[in-house]
Design a protein around this ligand. Structure first.
Ligand SMILES: [Zn+2]
Length: 464
């Protein structure tokens, strides 16, 4: 497409992403890579333009997802595990783009900026960036649980240098792998139990066993033996492993990186204040108190409490910590995880409680073992349940994210003259259904499809 080609989006309902503005019918004009006009009413397209008819649809800024994993080549997760398979990276990237996301921040934290696109150097239509958590303790925590993807280059990397080389935020400080969270439930504990007993257990069973041994705050002095013995029978493990062996197995699987990871929290908060840079923290039951303390110790740190609806919280705890963190200037992020549609391990109780308490600033997916639901499916749910008005719900994943992460997204996240031309056109009656996506002025999803033939020719053809 020549750089001066125009795209004109007509006939749709427009939500600009600022949290309040909605036009029942309006026009968005794009030229090159920028938005040149957003207006109410109808418009004459002009013969040079590709016209996207958005009748029956809502036109919103491309989604900015500032907490995702699995979308870059390089060590994965805060555990510095081996890279995600390239074919899975492709799949996750495509899923995000087809879900209306045009900018994504991969927060695994230990990959290097030159590893975003891997050896083939293939840029994706979605604009993908990464974070850095390269401090002594975070690297040590990764190595204590896994570190299989870390080479010397990763081990000697440090955040100041990574920020200079283009990392867009600090973090994710800690993670389910290093802090006894979700990845322990779906990966490490089931793997250890299978190795010891030959039996494969569900992540929910792993979580129940973990909590019986360590408690939700990982601070239980003595295991809950009666609960543990009941669970051993329920999970079909009783004939294969005794309670005391299982207690040792779970402690040995979960606890080695925990203290290091909490020390890594302090290093990231201090760096956030020193560099005046946003920092994403794993927020769950074992870390909430640490995060509160850090917000007081480093009042100028730009702290984002990631996935504050984490399943280790009870709903009232998620709300109480959310309130206390917000009072200390912390940004409250929630993640879809697999809560919205998939519900393999998690449910909506915590995200509902936080949204209904008015505590949510930003909305991301996180990873949930690859089961993450789309951001727009969560927004659809909030709107349908009347938890938030449409403009406020859309802002959680657009304008609010650009305000929180200007280093990543100051030039986008709003339908506004001069902003980067990132636009999603979604169905009015189900905002989770994405019809068209424009990224950086290019039509990259048309009628729900990407990369099928020449989309521009297809779009021009349909006009005739
Ligand atoms: Zn996390």
């Amino acid at each position: 497409m020549p750089p001066d080609t125009q795209i004109v989006i007509v006939g749709g309902r427009i939500v600009t992403g600022d949290g309040t503005t909605l036009h029942d019918r309006g026009v968005v004009r794009i030229r090159g890579t920028g938005i040149i006009d957003v207006a109410r009413g109808e418009a004459d397209a002009g013969s040079e333009a590709i016209v996207l008819n958005a009748t029956g649809c809502t036109v919103i800024p491309g989604i900015v997802n500032a907490h995702a994993h699995g979308c870059i080549h390089g060590p994965s997760m805060p555990s510095g595990s081996v890279p995600v398979r390239p074919t899975d990276v492709d799949y996750f990237r495509n899923r995000h783009l087809l879900s209306g996301t045009t900018t994504l921040l991969n927060v695994c934290g230990l990959a290097l900026p030159d590893e975003i696109d891997g050896p083939s150097n293939q840029r994706h239509a979605m604009d993908i960036h990464l974070t850095t958590a390269h401090t002594t303790s975070n690297l040590a925590a990764a190595i204590a649980i896994d570190g299989g993807g870390l080479s010397k280059r990763h081990k000697i990397a440090r955040i100041d240098d990574m920020v200079d080389k283009g990392a867009k935020a600090l973090g994710e400080a800690g993670g389910g792998q290093t802090l006894g969270g979700g990845a322990q439930d779906y990966r490490f504990i089931p793997a250890a139990i299978e190795a010891a007993t030959g039996i494969s257990i569900h992540p929910k069973e792993a979580r129940a066993l973990k909590e019986a041994v360590l408690g939700r705050y990982l601070d239980r002095g003595l295991p809950d033996l009666s609960r543990l013995n009941a669970l051993l029978i329920e999970c079909g493990l009783a004939a294969k492993i005794g309670a005391s062996d299982l207690i040792k197995l779970i402690r040995d699987t979960v606890m080695p990186p925990v203290a290091l990871s909490l020390k890594g929290f302090d290093e990231i908060a201090a760096a956030s204040e020193r560099l005046d840079f946003p920092a994403i923290f794993h927020n769950a039951a074992p870390t909430a108190a640490t995060l509160l303390k850090l917000a007081e110790t480093y009042p100028k740190a730009r702290i984002i409490a990631g996935h504050s609806n984490h399943p280790m919280f009870l709903p009232e705890e998620a709300v109480r910590f959310g309130q206390q963190l917000r009072e200390r200037g912390v940004t409250i992020d929630v993640s879809t995880l697999d809560c919205i549609e998939t519900r393999w391990r998690n449910d909506t109780a915590n995200i509902d409680a936080l949204v209904e308490a008015g505590l949510v600033d930003t909305l991301s997916t996180d990873f949930a073992g690859g089961d993450w639901d789309s951001i727009l499916s969560a927004i659809q749910r909030m709107v349908r349940k009347s938890q938030l008005l449409l403009p406020a719900a859309i802002a959680l994943a657009t304008g609010n994210v650009s305000k929180t992460f200007p280093e990543l997204a100051a030039d986008r996240g709003l339908l506004e003259k001069g902003k980067r031309a990132d636009v999603a056109i979604v169905e009015n009656h189900n905002l989770g259904r994405v019809r068209h996506v424009v990224a950086n002025g290019q039509l990259v999803v048309f009628n729900g499809a990407m990369g099928v033939g020449d989309l521009h020719a297809y779009a021009m053809g349909e006009r005739r």
